[in-house]
Design a protein around this ligand. Sequence first.
Ligand code: ATP
Length: 230
Amino acid sequence: MLEVSNLSAGYGRVQVLWDIDLDVQSNEIVALVGPNGAGKTTLLRALSGMVPVREGEVRFRGKPITGQSIEQIVDLGISHVPEGRRLFPGLSVHDNLRLGGWRNRNSDVDRVVELFPKLGDRMTQICGSMSGGEQQMCAIARGLMSQPDLIMIDELSMGLAPVVVEEIIARLPDIAAAGTAVLLVEQDVDAALTVAERAFVMETGRVVMSGKAGELLADPRIQQSYLGIA
Ligand code: ATP
């Protein structure tokens, strides 16, 4: 579904990403892990058109999308749940969700409420007054309102208690099974590799390892660097 080849990107004169190769298949959950500053957020931004691609190509459902605008990329079926959620904190849950469905004129919140029933009780609540976990649910739900084929979620666990992270991550297989593949950037490497089918590991702007998530989880280099196992 998503194929990234030899992608390079950066900010101004600073190059951050070098020769990235990555792919996500339909209905798949793929994790993207790596230390702070590795370039994971920049890669998601490049895929959603927020950061220009300098070299290489991004193909989505067989067609090149490199150089398309953010709006065009959303219309093609890629949704981005940004780091820090970026909800409209002064608007209600319902209004945030409706904004997510604005471009495709989708105002039906039933499907996302089915996925995150807690949001159903909070429709009129101002987003900024909800707990971090509820806000993350709302951010993912907003991303799903455009009915994407691929949702990219940046730092799902940021600032959340492990039990809340578990609750939200447990919904990802349902999202994938319903037809939206997931590209998950995550600091909680254990949780990410447990839910994902495959994973890519980035360090200093390059993909340094990739493969089946279960195999990476068992790899001594991953265990030592990311899971604190000596
Ligand atoms: P983190 O987990 O800390 O968010 P990350 O893997 O997502 O890390 P990025 O946020 O993509 O990494 O950052 C990669 C590099 O790009 C870092 O060196 C960072 O300082 C730099 N960078 C990020 N945003 C900008 C920006 N807007 N302008 C210039 N440099 C930036």
